[in-house]
Design a binder for this molecule. Structure first.
Ligand code: ZN
Length: 243
C-alpha cells in the first residue's frame, strides 16, 4: 500500500473491534480521509490521545481502497484551552461536524482545512460564541450560497430590514416581512462576517446576548438548509430512473 503524509484535523472517531478506532480527518491536500488506527484503545498505545476529535495532526497513512491505515501521528499544535473550556469544546466539536459534512471523500478542499484550523485557533486563544456561526456563514459563502442579508430579497431596499426567510433566500424589509424577526444589529454582524470582517466582529466589545443568539440561529438555520438541500439533491441524483 502506498504511504503518504498530510496535515489535518481529526473530526470524528468511532470504535472498531476490540482495540481499534476509525478516524475521520479533514486534511489539507487529500480531502476527507477515513483511516483505521490500530490498537489505539489499548493502554500505552503509541498514538496516545493524539487521534481525538479537535486534534490538529500531521499523519502518515497507508492508502487503502476504502479505509487508510494510520502509520504515524504527530500533534501540530496543542490546544489546551480549547479542551479545558466546555463551551469551546462543544463549539469546536460542532465546527468539526459541519466541516465533515461539507467535505467530500478524498476530494482536496484545502480551504475547508484552513477555515477549520483558523476557527479552532480562534476558539483556543479567546472563546467567543460568534466563532461557530462565523465559520458556518463563511463556509456557506465559500460554497457560493451565503445568505443575502444586505437588502430585501423582494424589493431590494437596504432600509428597515427586520426579518429573515432562509427558504426565500435572505432578508426582508418591514413591508415584505414573512420570515423570522431578526434585529438590524444581528443583520449587520452577519453581513460583516460574510464580507470577511470576522476579526472586527470578534473584537467588538460586548455584543448583547440576544443579538449573539440571533446570529447563531440565523447561521445554523442557513447551514442546515444548505446541507438538507445537498442531501436531497444527491439522493435524487442517485435514485434509479423511473420507468
Ligand atoms: Zn422589501
Amino acid at each position: 500500500m502506498p504511504l503518504y503524509r498530510d496535515v489535518g484535523v481529526v473530526v470524528r472517531t468511532h470504535k472498531l473491534g476490540e482495540t481499534d478506532r476509525i478516524i475521520t480527518i479533514v486534511t489539507q491536500d487529500s480531502g476527507k480521509v477515513r483511516a483505521v488506527a490500530k490498537g489505539v484503545r489499548k493502554p500505552g498505545s503509541r498514538f496516545g490521545s493524539r487521534l481525538e476529535p479537535l486534534s490538529h495532526v500531521q499523519v502518515q497513512l497507508y492508502r487503502g481502497r476504502n479505509l487508510d491505515v494510520v502509520n504515524q501521528v504527530e500533534l501540530v499544535e496543542i490546544a489546551n484551552s480549547l479542551r479545558s473550556n466546555l463551551e469551546a469544546t462543544t463549539d469546536g466539536l460542532a465546527m468539526c461536524e459541519v466541516v465533515e459534512q461539507m467535505a467530500h471523500d478524498r476530494e482536496p478542499s484545502p480551504h475547508l482545512y484552513r477555515m477549520l484550523v483558523g476557527a479552532l485557533r480562534q476558539l483556543n486563544s479567546a472563546f467567543s460564541p460568534l466563532v461557530l456561526p462565523a465559520l458556518q456563514l463563511r463556509l456557506l459563502a465559500a460554497e457560493g450560497v451565503g445568505p443575502c442579508v444586505d437588502q430585501c430579497i423582494v424589493c431590494g431596499t437596504r432600509d428597515d430590514l427586520c426579518a429573515f426567510d432562509i427558504v426565500a433566500g435572505g432578508a426582508q424589509c418591514r413591508t415584505h416581512k414573512r420570515g423570522l424577526a431578526v434585529s438590524g444589529e444581528a443583520m449587520n454582524i452577519v453581513q460583516s462576517i460574510l464580507d470577511g470582517r470576522v476579526a472586527v466582529v470578534l473584537q467588538r466589545a460586548e455584543t448583547p446576548t440576544v443579538v449573539v443568539r440571533e446570529v447563531m440561529d440565523l447561521a445554523r438555520t442557513a447551514m442546515e438548509h444548505h446541507l438538507e438541500r445537498r442531501i436531497r439533491s444527491s439522493a435524487l441524483f442517485k435514485a434509479p430512473q423511473a420507468g
